[in-house]
Design a protein around this ligand. Sequence first.
Ligand code: NAD
Length: 345
Amino acid sequence: MASSATVHQVVLIPGDGIGPEVTAAVRRVVAAAGAPVEWIERRAGLAALEAGEDLLSDHTIEAIRRHRVALKGPCTTPVGEGFTSINVQLRKRLNLYAAVRPVRSLEGVPTRFAGVDLVIVRENTEGLYSGVENQVTEGVVMSMKVATELACTRIARWAFRYAARRHRRKITVFHKANIMKMTDGLFLRCARRVHREEHPNIEYQEAIIDAGCMKLVQDPSQFDVLLLENLYGDVVSDLCAGLVGGLGVVPGANLGDELAVFEAVHGSAPDIAGKGLANPLALLMSGVMMLNHLAETRDDPRARDAAERIKGAYNRALADGRTTRDLGGDLGTEAFAGALIERLR
Ligand code: NAD
């Protein structure tokens, strides 16, 4: 067990856009909750470029390798031109092959459905995110969708193990193997094999993604853990965020065998950046996941206590109607962090 003097060094990447605002708010709340964490700040993305560093420097990568855990704000990626996504690069370079995103209804956040409790497990390293695009001829371009047996099996195994450990009842794979018979077909075959050979006691289901999306918005309670390849996982994560109040309330983790980078599902929100309006809750919830990960992997109950105190504080703040504008309230980022700190017990 970690001694009472142990402080966990965690890499903090503020990121771009609303990133610095929401990370500052999270730092305040985590410190006020007495979490045994020391932040090692590193840059990535446009913020790094502006400071004269590479977009994703070895300095930042090495820090994550050394400390093994990071909390990351969103990084901007130019659309249709410019550099490749820092987020994708980071996940690939550190082999963070599993993205896990719990999507749960929150008391005090009224939405169309109550009691939503889904977990999205997204393959994080291949699919259409291979980044291999080329021009075949004038007016014809091509993007390569990559699936490997290794990565498809690895993510299926991760999802089934997660479901078994967390006592979840069912895994559903969303796919388009009727059209992409080879790539999505391989994804399905690997999931079926892991189910059959390693976890036959967990219910397993498949849905073609278009029909699956319709079913999700009709009645999310028919699903439990969703297992998806990279692009489907990206799209369905935002769809599911919409079921529980939006991108301001959905946390996430990118996990490999050794390393873990926690980040919200949302991006750098350039439309509200610098205005003090962003909701820091999704990143704070990612911080709670991070504290629970530290508690589990380093046997430190103080990290779990801090996570529980933060959870209690945000549940009380939401129940009291003390929320940011995206959730119908009138608080700015800092005022919301203050409302949470007042409610820490
Ligand atoms: P976005 O998630 O940044 O924003 C979508 C909408 O949600 C916007 O209206 C925004 O104001 C709102 N929103 C997002 N987070 C919010 C918060 N915390 N509080 C209140 N409102 C919030 O998506 P986008 O506009 O498509 O992307 C902007 C940039 O972010 C792009 O460069 C994209 O590549 C990048 N991005 C990064 C990540 C990441 O770092 N992991 C993830 C997604 C997008």
